[in-house]
Design a protein around this ligand. Structure first.
Ligand code: EPZ
Length: 423
């Protein structure tokens, strides 16, 4: 329901095991990649989220038939290529819609995609996406807030895709997808190294593309005539996993994450260990616990393999209870601090200095009514509520439903006192 809220009574130590869902930020571009073929794509491990459902609806607008099985397996097949307009009403609700632009341009020679506009974590420019697609030979204009792109034939090119904040994840996805059907070789320098982009590259190669360099800042893509349908399983969500690791730490609990890919989270594991969190790599997964004492630390978010911006707010919640001063600097989205004002309402001691939060540890947080604002800030408030003394109510939890599959059910199974109620 759109206006649900969470009611959390803090203080329970979380214990048990939780299965990490498929990665939202892998599923979204991979679903978009199914536009590159007329074959059927079968994608397993797609998390059931507001964002993945929205992407399914957008693919429907674009002539694809999309069906989802209970077990998270999604089948996509493009039946009709005449409609290539991603409307503003869809794109404004989910910025990741922008990643249909590359596939539509490559497969249908043209597309109209609304400019995403900004969101709670800052203005979300797409200039690097457009620069990359122009380098491949696309003509791109803006018309009434829409990107109108045309390309009779895309040609491979050498493209530097770095921006003022380093690499661009969805920009790399868009250019890489378009390059799979371009004529000749494309080299993308300063490409995103995120595991989700490597997962997309693996899917494209399963479709018959020739993509190499995934996971490194240099991608080489040799264009092919056409791509076929393929099967693929989405990697586990490292941001959800990191959120649950912090849930174990903040509640002095012990959580087993059997299917987490620790190799996708070395910066997170390193930082949490510095804070005093115990992370034992069990066979394949990880068991997370603490010694009750949390050390302050300094953290700076960076593109992968650095500490992920998507866990910055959640780490801030944890450091509110460390014994000393921590500094958290946001280098990817400098405005990504919507969680701070709400944490202050819960008794946190945080001072903002430009793109840095100075967090002075407090003895305890106190439950309060707070407001969710964006996906990861909302997760940070849930984490704070789990440990705060008393009751925390979080309104507008639709923000959380965008990126976490039934987070309250998973937390209840670990012993959290959390209820979803309609507001
Ligand atoms: C992806 O967004 C993720 N979303 C974000 O996760 C994540 O925070 C972000 O990457 C960084 O890791 C999806 O994958 C669906 P960027 P994306 O392009 O690709 C600037 C979440 O919570 N930039 O890597 O849109 C941009 O302003 C979401 O799951 C340009 O300047 O992010 C930002 O400062 C939130 N020009 C930086 O680069 C461009 O053309 C990184 O943005 C593109 C980006």
């Amino acid at each position: 329901m759109a206006l649900d809220k969470f009611v959390i009574n803090g203080g329970n130590r979380l214990k048990g095991e939780v299965q990490v869902s498929g990665a939202k930020n892998s599923a979204l571009p991979i679903l978009a990649a199914s536009l590159l073929t007329e074959g059927t794509c079968t994608i397993s491990g797609v998390p059931d989220l507001a964002d993945t459902r929205a992407m399914g609806e957008l693919l429907g607008d674009l002539g694809a038939s999309v069906s989802r099985e209970e077990n998270g397996r999604v089948h996509v097949r493009v039946a009709d290529e005449r409609q290539s307009h991603a409307r503003y009403d869809r794109v404004r609700k989910m910025r990741a819609s922008i990643c249909v632009l590359g596939p539509l341009l490559a497969k249908r020679k043209g597309a109209r995609v609304a400019m995403p506009g900004g969101c709670a974590i800052g203005s979300r420019p797409v200039n690097l996406h457009l620069r990359g697609l122009r380098a491949l030979g696309a003509q791109i204009e803006l018309d009434g807030g829409d990107i109108v792109a045309v390309a009779r034939k895309l040609r491979g090119a050498e493209i530097f895709l770095g921006g003022p904040f380093g690499s661009t994840v969805l920009g790399t996805a868009n250019v890489m997808m378009a390059a799979t059907l371009a004529e000749g070789r494309t080299v993308i320098e300063s490409a995103a190294c995120e595991p989700e982009i490597a997962d997309l590259a693996a899917f494209l190669n399963a479709m018959g593309a020739k993509v190499s360099g995934a996971g490194t800042p240099r991608f080489v893509i040799d264009g092919v005539e056409q791509l076929s349908g393929a099967e693929h399983r989405i990697i586990p969500d490292r941001i959800e996993a990191g959120t649950f690791m912090i849930a174990a730490a903040i509640t002095n609990g012990e959580i087993n994450l059997p299917n987490v890919r620790v190799d996708h989270m070395m910066a997170v594991v390193d930082k949490l260990r510095e804070v005093g969190v115990i992370i034992d790599k069990a066979d394949g997964g990880a068991v997370v616990s603490t010694t009750r004492h949390l050390e302050p630390t300094d953290a700076t978010t960076q593109p992968f393999p650095g500490f992920p911006t998507d866990l910055q707010a959640q780490l801030t919640s944890l450091l509110c209870l460390a014994e000393g001063n921590s500094a958290i600097t946001e280098k990817v989205f400098p405005d990504r601090f919507m969680h701070v004002a709400e944490l202050l309402r819960m008794g946190a001691n945080i001072r903002k200095e430009g793109p840095t939060s100075i967090v002075t540890g407090v003895k305890r947080l106190i439950g309060a009514p707070v407001m969710a604002s964006d996906l990861r800030a909302s997760a940070a408030l849930v984490l704070a509520g789990l440990v705060a003394k008393g009751t925390t109510t979080i309104r507008r939890v639709y923000h959380i439903d965008r990126g976490y599959e039934q987070i309250e059910t998973k937390l209840q199974a670990l012993g959290a006192d959390i209820e979803r109620v309609s507001d």
